[in-house]
Design a protein around this ligand. Structure first.
Ligand SMILES: Cc1cc2nc3c(=O)[nH]c(=O)nc-3n(C[C@H](O)[C@H](O)[C@H](O)COP(=O)(O)O)c2cc1C
Length: 363
């Protein structure tokens, strides 16, 4: 097993452990949907479906990219694909970097299995922004074509790389490469974070070069600094531990990141990721400007146990979203985008100091 493969296996094991989240919050608790005691709706009237990448989804949800490249990852991706297909939600694969290192049939298949199991939902390819420097356009097209993806997600993860021994240290030239891809790819480019959030300024720059879909993946969910600390505790300690631990609270909480991203690109698709754990989180995020939500760790935890457990969990998320919609008098996701919201501190302070406003697309 290569170093990258070994790290991926360890990441999955540590990501499902209790120490992989926190101490930050998403700040969804600072978003209040105003209760509507007279909704004049039946729960059956509430429709959670949305369009995304040319498909109709049963709810505005994406299982975000996590894995691929190993036999264990293939088994996980197979289940994740089945779950996405069964529920009619979008699905991403993890970083396809291993496919470029070793183009063997087994490695490619560990990702392509997602499309095989999920023929009727959007499937999203994945590669790191830092890797783009050394890739040709043809390499990136290969990543898309080999899994018949509908879009490619470029992940920006400078904080994760910095805390990782052997991670990337040079983040120059990434914007230009993304601009080139946005201009020449056969499918839309999505830019995502992995748990530290996208700011208005970053989204604005990316929108200016043609990117129109963002997954803000803010803080409050899976925390890569915490995961790195768990890895380190097994191996070393001392000074490096102190420097890394300092950044456990680094990042833009997901609720703030939604408002940031929407202000940076009012006409784009904003996906809220990072710490989305319930259908109520999804409803709140949509009411402050998101179009869709994404979840990684909560799906991984369940899928590792069984496909049925993941299905039960995600059906529960859909029910929670429907309940929140009914209780705000929203018949559709477009109506939820117009539901009244109240923000409380610290999110309210953040929004004021950053001179942001709540902008709701389609509202
Ligand atoms: C085990 C694991 C592996 C991940 N691998 C990737 C990856 O390869 N590429 C990527 O863009 N994001 C990756 N992520 C980040 C997720 O896509 C997501 O943005 C992040 O975990 C925040 O969502 P969550 O709080 O719901 O987990 C990974 C997350 C987990 C838990």
């Amino acid at each position: 097993m290569s170093d990258i493969e070994a790290r991926k296996v360890e990441h999955i094991r540590l990501a499902v452990s209790g120490g992989a989240e926190g101490p930050l919050s998403t700040w969804f608790e600072c978003v209040h949907l105003v209760h509507m005691a007279l909704p004049e709706l039946s729960l059956d009237d509430v429709k959670t479906s949305v369009e995304f990448l040319g498909y109709r989804l049963s709810m505005p949800l994406l299982i975000s990219g996590m894995t691929g490249g190993t036999a264990e990852a293939r088994a996980l991706n197979e289940r994740i694909g089945e779950v996405a297909q069964e529920l009619g939600i979008a699905v991403g694969v993890g970083s396809q970097r291993p496919m470029l290192v070793k183009r063997s049939r087994e490695v490619v298949e560990s990702y392509a299995i997602v499309r095989k199991k999920a023929p009727d939902v959007p499937v999203i390819a994945n590669i790191g922004g830092a890797q783009l420097k050394s890739l040709k356009i043809d390499d990136v097209e290969f990543l898309i074509e080999s899994i018949k993806a509908d879009a490619i997600a470029i992940h920006l993860n400078p904080a994760q790389e910095l805390v990782q021994p052997g991670g990337d240290r040079d983040f120059r030239g990434i914007l230009d490469r993304i601009a080139e891809l946005a201009d020449s790819m056969s499918v839309p480019v999505i830019v995502k974070e992995v748990g530290n959030g996208l700011s208005r300024e970053v989204v604005y720059k990316l929108r200016s070069v043609g990117v129109r879909i963002f997954d803000v993946a803010g803080s409050g969910g899976t925390n890569w600094v915490s995961i790195e600390i768990l890895r380190m505790l097994r191996r070393e300690g001392g000074e490096r531990y102190r420097s890394v631990a300092l950044f456990r609270t680094w990042g833009i909480p997901s609720a703030a990141a939604v408002i940031e991203a929407r202000n940076g690109a009012p006409d784009s698709v904003v996906i809220v990721g990072g710490g989305v754990r319930t259908g109520l989180d999804v409803a709140k995020a949509i009411a402050i400007g998101a179009d869709l939500a994404s979840m990684a760790r909560p799906v991984l935890v369940r899928v590792l146990r069984s496909r049925e457990e993941a299905l039960r969990f995600l059906r529960g998320v859909r029910l929670e979203l429907s309940m929140a919609m009914l209780l705000t008098g929203s018949r559709s996701i477009d109506e939820l985008k117009r539901a009244p919201v109240v923000l409380t501190p610290p999110l309210l302070d953040w929004v004021r100091q950053r001179r942001l406003t709540i902008i709701r697309r389609g509202a």
